[in-house]
Design a protein around this ligand. Structure first.
Ligand code: BEZ
Length: 242
């Protein structure tokens, strides 16, 4: 089965891109990376997605994330289509060039080896197109997260930024982030951490929610990068652990 598992070292492939030939690990350097694929150039959903990423590129740079896109189209198509993406999505003053390279995988070699093809979406010759994949790669070049959307559903890149915030926090601190978490909100103490260890690691306090089971596994602590209170209304109904 082609494809990658979480924790695998991301292949250091070489590819032609709109910014010249790229070797992935050298391109990423010490940064985090996001490789995202789209089904086809000159298609509507893809045009909105690549434009959204262009507009959010400053947010990705702030987080030390380098971006690279991929589809099975040619370099010539990527270059022609880039002008449409910019015209549709960006003010003239904002950018005159997409702020990330697009890989031309016209032989589908990367798409096959990385498990990116969508068997339900085919081109006029009956060959599968690339799905909407997202691979988040850590500074150790290992896969930290992958998403796989069908061609017919555009992604939320605000969610991908949120996910990067969680991945970067949890790479640094031994915490987990709950559903819909955003930076600054309370984080969760991992279930396998003994209470005494949690108390010494999180001096701002560990708060647990009373549950019918009586088990104290829903434990919150303030975001360790932004020490404050657990301000979240629903989640603040917690009791400090003694
Ligand atoms: C699109 O980007 O709009 C698209 C591409 C392939 C299949 C369906 C939609």
């Amino acid at each position: 089965m082609p494809g990658l598992l979480l924790g695998d070292v991301f292949p250091n492939f070489e590819a032609e891109t709109t910014c010249g030939r790229v070797k992935l690990h050298e391109y990423l350097g010490d940064s985090w990376g996001i490789l995202f694929s789209h089904p086809r150039d000159y298609t509507p959903v893809c045009t909105t997605e690549l434009g959204r990423v262009a507009r959010l590129s400053g947010e990705f740079s702030k987080r030390g994330v380098k971006l690279i896109a991929l589809s099975i189209d040619s370099l010539e198509d990527h270059c022609g289509w880039s002008k449409d993406i910019l015209a549709y999505n960006c003010e003239k003053s904002e950018c005159c060039k997409l702020p990330y390279p697009i890989i031309a995988d016209s032989k589908r070699e990367l798409a096959v080896s990385l498990g990116m093809l969508d068997p339900d979406e085919k081109d006029k010759d009956g060959l599968p197109l690339t799905a909407r994949c997202v691979f988040v790669i850590g500074t150790d070049k290992r896969l930290k997260l992958s998403l796989l959307y069908p061609a017919t559903t555009g992604r939320s890149f605000d969610e991908i930024l949120r996910v990067v915030d969680s991945l970067q926090l949890t790479a640094e601190k031994r915490v987990a982030t709950p559903a819909d978490w955003k930076p600054g909100e309370c984080v969760m103490v991992p279930p396998n951490m003994p209470e005494e260890e949690a108390a010494s690691l999180f001096p701002a306090g560990v708060f647990s929610k009373e549950l019918p089971s009586g088990k104290k596994y829903l434990r919150y602590t303030p975001d360790p990068r932004n020490q404050g209170e657990c301000v979240d209304t629903e989640r603040s109904q917690t009791e400090p652990n003694s």
